[in-house]
Design a protein around this ligand. Structure first.
Ligand code: SAM
Length: 250
């Protein structure tokens, strides 16, 4: 990494630690690639918005405590975000941390689930739908409907950006990576004596990896293609994580 990139990354980290606080530090420790996905989503939003002259509307799915939201907000001054999350304990933290942006009029929240929130949005009205670490939690049929709704609400030329767990098509390789992930949870969390968090992550991982949830790379890409998305790219693969980008060009 160049010195300039290193400096940019350091000031990004400082900003996040300051605004999001302990929550960010903890996630970075347990699952550094999850926070990296948020950073990359912000970067993709920045690249997209750099090509546009008008202010942009962004719908964020699964805002959680606000890590991805902040990354999106920092990407460009001229964009506004509606952040959707149906888990009040998570959203309340984002509301507190990101109040400055709410007051500026650049951030609003929806407490609906992703599908309900999308269904309430007018067709062809949104520039970007962005998300991190959320869609892998959905069951297949629900996720398919969310993908369809994302396509419907995007304007022509709009983009879907998702930094998430995209399971490898090579199942043996994927399993090895999950085993490494589990080993890492044990290493980090036993050292911190956080056995309750360890239990929570392992239980959650069973959910992520279950047959009705797992978001297999080729299945997700084919589904989006069938819906009508084009220019599909899966970039920045890091273990089981990657950034998906897709355009609605009709
Ligand atoms: C792992 S967190 C990711 C949060 C944030 N994007 C990040 O990367 O730090 C996933 C978030 O998605 C939310 N979520 C899960 N299912 C959802 C749904 N159906 N609709 C809206 N939000 C949902 C959860 O409440 C949680 O806050």
């Amino acid at each position: 990494m160049s010195k300039e990139n290193q400096r940019t990354k350091q000031s990004y980290e400082a900003m996040f630690s300051g605004v999001i606080g302990q929550e960010y530090e903890m996630l970075k420790l347990i699952c550094p690639l999850a926070t990296e996905m948020s950073r990359l989503v912000g970067q993709a939003v920045k690249e997209y918005s750099g090509t546009k002259k008008t202010s942009l509307t962004v719908v964020e799915l699964g805002g959680g405590t606000g890590i991805t939201t902040l990354s999106i907000l920092l990407a460009n001054q001229d964009l506004s975000v509606m952040s959707v999350d149906n888990e009040p304990t998570m959203q309340v933290q984002a509301k507190q941390s990101l109040n400055d942006w709410v007051e500026e009029g650049r951030l609003s929240f929806s407490a609906d689930d992703a599908l309900t929130a999308l269904k309430a949005i007018k067709s062809n009205s949104v520039d970007l739908v962005a998300s991190a670490y959320t869609l892998h939690n959905f069951q297949h049929e629900y996720r398919k409907q969310v993908h369809q709704e994302i396509y419907r609400v995007l304007k022509k030329g709009g983009q879907f950006i998702n930094g998430d767990r995209y399971a490898l098509d090579d199942i043996s390789k994927h399993t090895k990576m999950i085993q490494q992930e589990v080993a890492n949870y044990f290493k980090v969390l036993t050292k911190l004596d956080k056995l309750d968090v360890l239990e929570h992550w392992i239980i959650h991982l069973f959910n992520d990896e279950s047959e009705n949830h797992v978001m297999r790379e080729s299945v997700a890409l084919n589904e989006l293609k069938e819906i009508g998305f084009s220019a599909l790219q899966l970039t920045n693969r890091m273990e089981v994580n990657a950034v998906l980008m897709a355009i609605k060009d009709k």
